[in-house]
Design a protein around this ligand. Structure first.
Ligand code: ZN
Ligand code: ZN
Length: 476
């Protein structure tokens, strides 16, 4: 399901308008890419905590959490995730063996919600009138903050779970189980939520849920995503890097048919408009920033060579660093289509899908995640929030980042060189024992951030403040 609308500025409206008063600019960080599994090396590369100095650390810091989450809470989360790992692996493998496309994830939805119900969570199936969405909730005490995890479970056409969403599905469940255990044991007031979000691979499930109020009442959110041979992230390490904002543009040209041999002068050639627009955009590309991506296809080019095409159509993806940048780029690209229509005397019509926003990972969450996975599992995290070298893709979790403090670390699983996400070889890797082992480790790290957010008001305030400052630069 793609929700299309007319081409106007309202389509670019922000779901968040809380561009709050801000003090400091965003921290800018960078670090080197981890090159090997951290358990196999003695000297670690600089990452989260060390990226602020030039000195590499050779031992992970003791687990205090970047902002002080007590060690025993982390250990409770770790033990809980391990306790459930066999059960969760079984569900992940079922999802992996039965790939379902976006908005048709019926089997995955059933297995995940069955488990959550059997574990005693309050579960809403078919959440917000999306049949394969769900929400599971655990409340403890009275009041407190609300932290959510997102699960994904849709597959890709023809190549199954080539993006590892079977792993993301159970990572979210592991996060919720870990949170409940910690909240119960240490009397942490607040609410932990798991949102089952369908159709990430086209369909923008999270954007639809946001529009329908599916994230209302949630203060912050996280998910983790597996990657292979991507961004230089070695198996067993994580990275937190941005992804691009993107909008899908449909373009139709309307002309007039005529006999192409007998009376071509009577025709208005819509295919010529496509040809000119394609060429104009190719010329425009030379003037674009490396992070601007404009790529399209011709979906209709006429019916027969002896009929002047009266109708032709194209589809383009327009990506850039931020939602604002996409808007500016769309205007330039649109000029190419308008110009082609003028030159050929065609009429042009646009359809634009809701925007997928850029991924704006929350700085304090990144630090806490890195500290947690280091202390719990001796795993390294590369935090590079302004590194755009590998930011060619996009995710609908970007829209969540515009609505609240949020974070989307990616963790490496074993993969063949050049055969990462969206390849059949990666599908194979997403069913392996090693992929599951890493999934639970990084899910526990994600859970530790959530626990810290509930337990520590200073940390939560810091994350919220960071987000507000960040959004000041991002929102229109
Ligand atoms: Zn994908
Ligand atoms: Zn994915």
């Amino acid at each position: 399901m793609t929700v299309h609308g007319c081409f106007n500025v309202n389509l670019f409206r922000r779901r968040n308008t809380a561009a709050a008063a801000a003090a400091d600019p965003n921290p800018v960080r960078d670090a080197k890419t981890p090159s090997a599994e951290p358990r196999d090396v003695e000297a670690y590369y600089p990452c989260a905590w060390s990226s602020r100095s030039t000195k590499a650390v050779d031992q992970p810091p003791p687990y205090s959490g970047a902002s002080g989450l007590p060690k025993e809470i982390g250990e409770t989360i770790k033990a809980t995730v391990l306790e459930y790992s066999d059960k969760l692996t079984e569900i992940s493998r079922w999802i992996w063996q039965h790939p379902e496309l976006g908005y048709a994830e019926v089997g995955a939805h059933k297995r995940l919600t069955d488990l959550l119900e059997s574990e005693g969570f309050e579960v809403e199936r078919g959440y917000k009138d999306l049949p394969t969405a769900f929400r599971a909730v655990y409340k403890h005490g009275s009041g407190g903050r609300t932290f959510a995890f997102c699960s994904e479970y849709d597959a890709l056409p023809g190549i199954g779970h080539a993006c590892g969403h079977n792993l993301i599905a159970v990572a979210g469940v592991a996060g919720l189980l870990g949170m409940r255990a910690a909240m119960r044991k240490y009397g942490m007031d607040g609410t932990a939520v798991l949102i089952g979000t369908p159709a990430e691979e086209g369909g923008m499930g999270k954007a639809v849920l946001l529009d329908r109020g599916g994230f209302l009442g949630i203060d912050a959110c996280m998910m983790v995503h597996p990657v292979g041979d991507y961004a230089g992230v070695a198996p067993g390490t994580a990275c937190v890097i941005p992804t691009l904002a993107v909008v899908e543009l449909g373009i139709e040209f309307f002309g007039r048919p005529a006999h192409a041999g007998v009376a071509p002068w009577e025709g208005v050639n819509a295919l010529d408009a496509v040809h000119l627009a394609y060429g104009s955009i190719s010329a425009l590309r030379q003037q674009l920033h490396p992070t601007d991506k404009v790529h399209g296809i011709i979906t209709h080019g006429g019916k027969a060579p002896n009929i002047i095409p009266d109708y032709a159509a194209m589809k383009y993806f327009i990506r850039a660093k931020t939602a604002n940048d996409v808007e500016a780029l769309v205007a330039k690209v649109q000029a190419c289509f308008d110009g082609a229509a003028t030159a050929t005397e065609c009429k042009v019509k646009y359809d634009v899908a809701p925007m997928t926003y850029d991924l704006r990972n929350n700085g304090p969450f990144c630090d806490e995640f890195a500290a947690a996975v280091s202390a719990l599992w001796n795993r390294r995290t590369w935090i590079a929030l302004d590194n755009w070298d590998n930011a060619g893709g996009s995710t609908d979790f970007g829209n969540v980042c515009y609505a609240m403090p949020a974070c989307h670390p990616q963790f490496g699983i074993p993969a063949e060189p050049g055969r990462g996400n969206h390849t059949p070889q990666f599908t194979e890797k997403c069913g392996t024992a090693k992929a599951h082992e890493y999934t639970f480790e990084f899910a526990a790290g994600m859970c530790a951030v959530g626990a810290q957010f509930l337990a520590n008001k200073d940390f939560a305030d810091k994350a919220i403040k960071w987000w507000k400052e960040d959004m000041k630069g991002a929102a229109v």
